[in-house]
Design a protein around this ligand. Sequence first.
Ligand code: M6R
Length: 635
Amino acid sequence: MSTHIRSEPAQKRARTLEPMCGIVGYVGSRPSQDILLAGLARLEYRGYDSAGIAVIDDAGSLGMRKKAGKLRALRDSLADAALADGHTGIGHTRWATHGGPTDANAHPHLADDDRLALIHNGIIENFAALRAELEAEGTTFRSETDTEVAAALLGHEFRRTGNLAEAFRAVVNRLEGAFTLLAVHQDEPGLVVAARRNSPLVIGLGEGENFLGSDVAAFVEHTRHALAVGEDEIVTITPSAVTVTDFAGNVVEPVPFEVSWDPASAEKGGWPSFMAKEVAEQPEAVANTIRGRVHDGAVVIPELEGSDDLFRGIDRVIITACGTASYAAMVGKYALEQWARVPVDVELAHEFRYRDPVIGANTLVVSISQSGETMDTLMAVKYANERGARTLSICNTQGATIPRESDAVVYTHAGPEVAVASTKAFVAQITALLLLGLHAGRVRGSVSAADAAEAVAELEALPAKIATVLSEEQAHVTQLGGWMADTRSVLFLGRHVGYPIALEGALKLKEISYIHAEGFAAGELKHGPIALIEPGQPVFVLVPSPRHSALLHAKVVSNIQEIRARGARVIVVAEEGDAAVLPFADEVIRIPLAGALFEPLLAVVPLQIFAMALATAKGLDVDQPRNLAKSVTVE
Ligand code: M6R
């Protein structure tokens, strides 16, 4: 593909593990504590076991505070007794790996007589050997973390070199594994040094100030000018300069990009939760993903310009993703096969590369990731590159690693998604896949102009139809969720593109309400799952439109009768006017009429609202469910 985000050579390193933490750094003229805490609030989706900041104050001393628990605990502690303020600092929000979520294990970690502070996202695989070496030399440790070893090493090197950037270079060359490291030293105020390997880091460029973050959400409120940091690079930021080198010290040119996210969209803005806000933003997420990609009734994706020969030449597509993104992939399979007439397989990224898939130069591997940092998906992309496939990513986060590792990227424009449960990114991913199917179908000549124009009209009507579901069904479905707060299990059934939506409905419920939920292909019911049905068992059934396939519709209605006969409490999601479901449904949720491939974008909305309402009725935190982090950067 001719137009693409710079693709770096595939990293052929040993497999690494990386925990999910959020990292922010600041140098400038403003009080750094406020900027660090605001950045951490936006990165808290990456981990929320503990949080901490370190600031070099105006007297040139390093102050540090860290607390187990959510960011609120750190905020409360700072409200009780603030650190002396300064204009250089680093902040961290943690998802624990080495050592439990305690104050001691929280970051930053200090070294060099507490004059140096370091934070880390990643796992240092050789930390045990390094720790033993340091202990033999008399270093004592205050935590169980691998990070403190890096801090201690940096302290040693700083004492030797008296230069933080030089000390960093010596340290990173001794570390194995995955890391983003940020450090400050009180002897070098006005400087933050960072390094990255297999773990995300982006730079935000301000006027007289500069920022570092795990992703652009950390600083988008202050600047939209950003630089992507490549693998194995070291960054130094001062208020007026940014320098990037490789681990050997050679200066490299980082790739600039503009962040299109509206900073206000990363704020809760009066909504009870980010999830509620993001569900409501779905019409906009779909509209923004379509914008600029439709011309005269045809889909033309500008990012794919120059790749027509590639699309004509491919004989197979593999879509790879995890979790919710993999359900979007399943919908994408239907669209690509129908319009582009190319065989499509959907592969969970963590399964894909542990077998020996048939991949060649005519295979297009499409990865889907909201964050662009999911380690399983990233490794699948690297694997596909190594096997000679062409790679295209569908991603929501600019400057993220997966697009950088792919030959091309089609961005979804859902805006920042903060709630752990993916909602607006999901509908934007499906939208991007529908666009991709129509783009490829046009290029391959497998979709007629009339069919394409009809599909485009369907696409463009989607935002208003999603808005209709939100306005017409929100109260009804919220009430259902409230009534069912004590339910212990919910099943979801669907066929065709309704099947992935059943899976997504079940995943939403599991992850935020912690109750058992399963999605099934409705046709599979009689092959086992029907044994689960007992009197009172709630079952959501996604009913396909009879206008598209009377046969499929009739089959689903008969599935409803089968479960109803065994006492199931049936909640039907069906298009307006479908009266065939009425005799057998306890509840009917209506969606507007839409083409078969477009129905998933409507049918998923009530399932998201239901999960949110039930979790809220149980008094749970819908944005930050237990045990989860948004960006799963652990294999
Ligand atoms: O950032 P990604 O899209 O790569 O994330 C993939 C999954 O981890 C993600 O969709 C996860 O399943 C969500 N928490 C589901 O709501």
